[in-house]
Design a protein around this ligand. Sequence first.
Ligand code: HEC
Length: 300
Amino acid sequence: MRLRAFLTAVCILVLSGALAGPVVGPKASWAAPAQQAEIWPKLDVRGLARAAGIPTVQVTIAEDPVYGGEKRYRGIPLRDMLAAIPEIEELARRGALIVFHAADGYIATMDLERALTAGGVLAVSDLGALPGHTWMPIEQGGQKVSPAPLYLVWPEAKSGDPRFVWPYQIQTIEVKPFAAQYGAAVPEIKEAAGDGTAEVAGGEAVRRGFEHMRVRCLTCHAVNLVGGDLGPELNVPMNPTEYWKPEMLPRYIRDAPSFHARSKMPSFRDTLSDGDIADILAYLRFMVGQKICGAETPCE
Ligand code: HEC
């Protein structure tokens, strides 16, 4: 099997790195049983970079979205690191996603194809840090955290461009097809009706809502256990649309810090319109009817 051969190649690269730990494993996909048998690559980036002997580069970021202002870093070009994986180009052509897992449960994804071509750098140190330090701390939910070991930066991308992700504290990188990554969080909008192709009412809003959720929210939250775990699960066993006052929920999603001091959830006042939030709520309400129940999440 091609993938298994690919995985073995990755395994060897990683395990020959000096500090590489157990880094490759099957990702049991709760949601998509059809995908369960398929094993996708999961990399310890530091081990891989060391194993492949990739030289570091210095980069300048004109407007860093995490720190604000101009920053300079030393780092490993993402493309060079991924090029160490023999089948990476083919996986990109097949539309795979690249998935970055941060230490705190944050998950960022983007198109593998874009990640390979857009000049991203996995920063290993901040060249503006105080003497004797590798990084300047980042302010996050009222706490100071270090972005170590790796922070993904894009010297050529505009800050705020949603096609690029800037995760920090990156620990592992996975390459996966869309369905395997998002599985049970994807709304099944088609309704069996006659020819089986009728749309449920409001299907478009649900679809748009999922896309907003995918880009802005599943980084921290899961739906049907699919997504990050920095914030709470949003569908099983209970969906917030079932227990929040309807008039409060959109206000909360727009601006969580106005409800909770030191909230780890950012304000979306400047990035989501009322219409976007209405779409997100349409998606969340729709998912009440698509709960995945199991031992970990009894629905009754
Ligand atoms: C950086 C991580 C992060 C992002 C991004 C994020 N959230 Fe949150 N969210 C949290 C955390 C953490 C909490 C728990 C409360 C807190 O810390 O303020 C939370 C709480 C919530 C709650 C309340 C859950 C409950 O049961 O009371 C809802 C609803 C919610 N988030 C929806 C969203 C939506 C919708 C988005 C995207 C537009 C989003 N969140 C984006 C981290 C995040």
